[in-house]
Design a protein around this ligand. Structure first.
Ligand code: NAP
Length: 286
């Protein structure tokens, strides 16, 4: 008998550089399950309709990437706690023709910090550079996971203040405030912080000037850049120069993918297979 193939998609705009298809298809194969993972370039104006049609199109689930995570949040029938906290959805499961949305980015980062950097968030002071979709959702997630202090440094102060308000609402006991995205302010707070995360989009291009310089870095602090391509960003170069222990965002990509895999299949994700597929995909990326 021919086994039914289950389709999982990833939607974004653009989508052709996504490494998720190589990672998830390798995972499905290793787990011996008949799933296929396919990329779809969906324009913003088509996104809501596309998501609502998923049950009729026969999808088992999808991932959602830039710029559709907020539309996805407003398109599903049910939201997980993580999705509500993030105000965004990056993973949907279709079950009994209903859409279940969740956000796996925060848990992906938390697992990467633990497994790659041996960093436990509980009780720690964390500076987050950036207050866009990723910055906001990780700030809230890390606060709810027991961070003692969250400091948000963003180019546009109004966006930093919005992130501060979200953290305060989700986790009233966390100390949270905004500072200017300038070397001298980041340096001041870096002296008493354990971790700096770059959640700005600065560094995606090899020609980008780093968002902070080595002067902002306390020697020995952990610096985690959410960007993974290029592997060594301009921010990582500056952080290394300042004496930080540095990590790029490949671990977060891997672990958010593992949490999505578990959400769709109910099975444990084959992490080492997924990691190898990601590394190969990155080496072969244009
Ligand atoms: P976004 O919503 O577009 O936010 C961009 C952020 O970057 C904002 O805080 C923005 O500040 C800041 N920014 C942009 N240009 C800047 C500049 N020239 N100087 C200073 N700040 C600048 O993007 P996002 O979805 O949050 O994603 C941010 C980064 O995280 C992206 O590079 C993305 O690839 C990465 N990411 C990685 C993973 C992973 O799995 N590793 C997951 C999610 C995201 P303003 O508020 O002032 O505009």
């Amino acid at each position: 008998m021919i086994k039914k193939i289950r389709i999982i998609g990833v939607i974004g705009h653009p989508i052709k550089h996504s490494l998720s298809p190589v990672m998830q298809n390798a995972a499905f194969k290793a787990a011996g399950i008949n799933y296929r993972y396919l990329p779809f370039d969906v324009k913003p104006e088509e996104c809501f309709r596309f998501i609502r049609l998923l049950p009729r199109l026969g999808f088992t689930g999808i991932n959602i990437t830039v710029p559709h995570k907020e539309t996805a949040y407003n398109s599903v029938d049910y939201l997980s706690r993580e999705a509500k906290l993030a105000g965004a959805v990056n993973t949907i499961k279709v079950h009994n023709k209903k859409l279940y949305g969740t956000s796996t980015d925060g848990e992906g980062l938390l697992r990467s910090l633990k497994m790659d950097a041996d960093f436990v968030v509980k009780g720690k002071s964390i500076i987050i550079l950036g207050a866009g979709g990723a910055g906001r959702s990780i700030a809230v997630y890390l606060a709810t996971k027991g961070a003692k202090k969250i400091i948000i440094a963003n180019r546009t102060p109004g966006n930093a203040l919005k992130a501060v308000a979200l953290v305060r609402k989700a986790s009233p006991l966390t100390i949270v405030f905004a500072i200017k995205l300038k070397d001298k302010f980041v340096r001041f707070y870096s002296n008493t912080s354990d971790l700096i995360i770059n959640a700005t989009s600065v560094g995606l291009n090899t020609t980008d000037t780093a968002v902070i310089s080595h002067k902002a870095i306390r020697k020995g602090i952990i610096f985690y850049d959410l960007i993974y391509n290029p592997e060594v960003t301009s921010n990582i170069k500056e952080a290394k120069k300042g004496g930080a222990k540095t990590y790029n965002g490949l671990g977060m990509l891997l672990h958010q993918g593992a949490v999505s895999f578990e959400f769709w299949t109910g099975k444990k994700a084959p992490l080492s297979v997924m990691k190898r597929a990601l590394q190969k995909g990155l080496r072969e990326a244009p």
